[in-house]
Structures are given as C-alpha cells and as structure tokens.
Design a protein around this ligand. Sequence first.
Ligand code: FAD
Ligand code: NAD
Length: 356
Amino acid sequence: PEKKVLASSADLSPSYDWFQTDSLITIVIYTKQKDMNADLVIVDCQDKQLRGEIIMDDHSYLIEVVNIAEKVGKVEIILNKKDNVHWKMLGQPCEGHNTFMKRTDRGLFYRKCKLISKTEVTHDTKLFCLMLPKGTHLRVPTGQHVYLKHIIAGTEVVKPYTPVLPFLPLDFQELPCHDGVHIYLMIKIYSHGLFTQALDHLQIGDYISVSNPEGNFKKSQVQTSENLLLLAGGTGFTPMVKLLNFALTEVSCLRTVKLIFFNKTEDDILWRNQLEQLALKDERFEVQFILSQPSKDWVGKQGKISSSLLSEFVKRSRRDSKVLICICGPVPFTEQGVQCLKDLGYSQEEIHAFTA
Ligand code: FAD
Ligand code: NAD
C-alpha cells in the first residue's frame, strides 16, 4: 500500500496504516511520543464521521474532519498537526481499543458540554443550547436521544433527553444550523423533579456531561412511507421535531404528515405557533391539538388517547397505502396508544414507539 508520511521528518513523524477484514476496518496511528495517557486522547466517532484530538504538552495533534465513503466503508482520519513536532508514539491501547462489539455492550461515553443559552418555550419548558467541546464531533441522528449526566448532592444522576432543532424550519433556505457544534434540548422543568431542577439551576457557561446518542429508530422506516402520523404527549413531542423536518425535507414519497399533539392545557402546547405556521406553509402537514384538561374557552378537541379519538384521524388513504405511526409521551400514553392502534388494525411494523 501507499506509504503515508505526515511530517517533514519521516522517521519521527506519526504514521499510520490500515487493514480490513469483512467486518472491521482498523486504523493504526503511530505518534512516537512519551508520557501519553488516556486523558490526553479525545476521540468521538459517530454516524459517518470521526474526530479526535491528542494532547501533547502544550501541543495538540488534531484529527479533523473525515470523509467516510459509504460504499467502500473506508474511514479516513485526517490529522492536523498544530506544530511540526516529531511524534514517537500514539499511546498504549486502552481497554476498548480495537474491539468490535454490540453497541449495547459498550458503555456510554460522555463529554462535558457548555450551557450557551436557556430560553423559555412555555411556562414550564425551556430550550437549552449546549455546545460540544472543540475536540468532539457528534451529530445526534433523527429519533435518537442522549443522556445527560450531572452530580446532584454528591450522586451521579443520568437522564435521557431527545435533541431538537433550534426552531421548526419553514423552508429549505433556513435549514437550522447543522453546525455540528450545538445541541438543542427542549426540557420540561418539574417543580419536584430531581434532574430538571438541577438543570434549571445551571448558569450560562456551566458544564454538563452529554453521552453518545442511542435509540432504535431507523430513518429508513420513514423513507418508504406515504403517510406519516405522529402522536405526541407533552414533551413526547421532542423526537417529532427532527422527524418532522426530515420527513418534510428529505422524504419525497411522503404525501401526508399529521401530528396529533396531546397536552393538558393550551399553555402546555410546545411550539404551537411554529406548528401552525408550518401547517399553513406545507400542505402535506397537518396538526391537531387535543387537550386533556382544557379551559372552558377551548373549542378544539379534548380527551385522552383512545381508539375512538384516534379513529377520527387515523384513516388509511387507500387500503394498501404505506403508513408509519410514531408515538411518544408518558409511558401509559404510549402503551395505550399502541394498543389502540393495534385495535384499529395497524400492524407492529407500522408503529414505532419511542421509549428509553
Ligand atoms: P423526577 O424526579 O424523575 O420526577 C418527575 C416528575 O414526576 C416530578 O414532578 C415528580 O414529582 C413526578 N414523579 C416522579 N415519579 C413519579 C411517579 N412514579 N408517579 C407520578 N409522578 C412521579 N423530557 C424532556 O423534558 N425532554 C426530552 O427531550 C425528553 N426526552 C426523553 C427521552 C427518553 C428516551 C426518555 C425515556 C425520557 C425523556 N424525557 C424527556 C424525560 C426525562 O428523561 C426525565 O424523565 C424528566 O426530565 C424528569 O426528570 P426529573 O429527574 O426532573 O424528574
Ligand atoms: P403531561 O403530563 O403534560 O401529559 C401530556 C399528555 O399526555 C396529557 O395531556 C394526556 O393526553 C397524555 N397523558 C398523560 N398521562 C396519561 C396517562 N396516564 N394515560 C393516558 N394519557 C396520558 O406530559 P409531560 O409531563 O410532558 O411528560 C412527557 C413524557 O414523555 C415524560 O414521561 C417523558 O419521559 C416522555 N418522553 C419520552 C421520550 C422517549 O421515550 N423517547 C421522549 C420525550 C419525552
């Protein structure tokens, strides 16, 4: 194979090679530097990209953007040397080095992210903007969540949250900042909530740990459907945000996207105005709000999830039309919803329930 020389002096410079088996691509990098330890190596790999930084005293060796060729599965790590120092070695292999295992068997990896802003969405829900550290490349795929970790009264507490977009884009031009640096979380603050109270007390500039993404939703489920139905209860709306945007901007076969959004009161409806704007703008999209504790002036639908309520909205356009129904909200809401859908004749394959 072609010999890769990354620095001026060939014998002291880092060098790498790669090899493959049917299931594995292994990249080997040599830095030739003493006193390296695991703390000095920061690597984040996700989706089709990989990024890593190796700290060497006051120098840093940066692995920057990568182009992963889908078809041949080739991973290219480009190392940007900050200074032209000679590297002797990359480091001793860590515990997980060069292993290939199930994602569920691999522990979650966290990095500390800075709180950039906190804006009100409703009376109890806020949009948190977190910034990934410079050495991290991480994009949370549609339908997946991350875990936030924080020490509360001396104990490590971990809770899952589903990243959203900073807003619902109304046209292709304003596609939200896929800058790869910011993560937006829409979080309801519970007055007696352990984690959300601590989150609410974070100051701008404070740090919080964010894990790698997780979740079993596959975009391909949407890519083959003609009708997409989203059933959300309260903050169960969060996975629907990226999903909605993905469906309306990237899925050409979709004819209708319907969101049925269950909340307690009008004041609890998240991004109501944005959803209404989107429905006006895109004729494929329709939104219906259903309240379980409406005030007297509410003229819209009311009630909780039930077969009779769903039967009004969930109708196949044709007997053989391809439908995907996504549901997310409080556990009993999701469980009842799935049961109702099955009672209405929808199959397991047509339903995706977001759960932990
Ligand atoms: P807790 O201390 O757990 O309590 C929450 C509230 O419920 C409090 O008011 C408490 O008094 C009450 N409560 C606690 N236990 C019970 C009980 N057994 N019965 C009745 N009431 C009880 N939330 C978001 O806001 N945004 C998201 O994007 C989001 N994404 C999620 C993704 C996944 C995959 C999952 C599983 C959950 C997600 N959640 C999301 C919920 C989130 O993980 C937390 O559960 C939530 O923030 C509450 O945490 P807490 O520690 O503040 O509340
Ligand atoms: P909420 O208490 O404000 O309820 C919103 C609506 O859900 C209600 O108006 C009602 O229509 C329905 N609902 C609530 N309890 C119900 C019950 N027992 N039976 C039937 N329907 C019920 O909701 P919230 O406080 O915003 O909570 C949202 C929930 O969504 C949380 O439990 C959170 O963990 C969950 N969530 C899960 C995910 C995920 O799994 N991926 C993502 C985000 C949020």
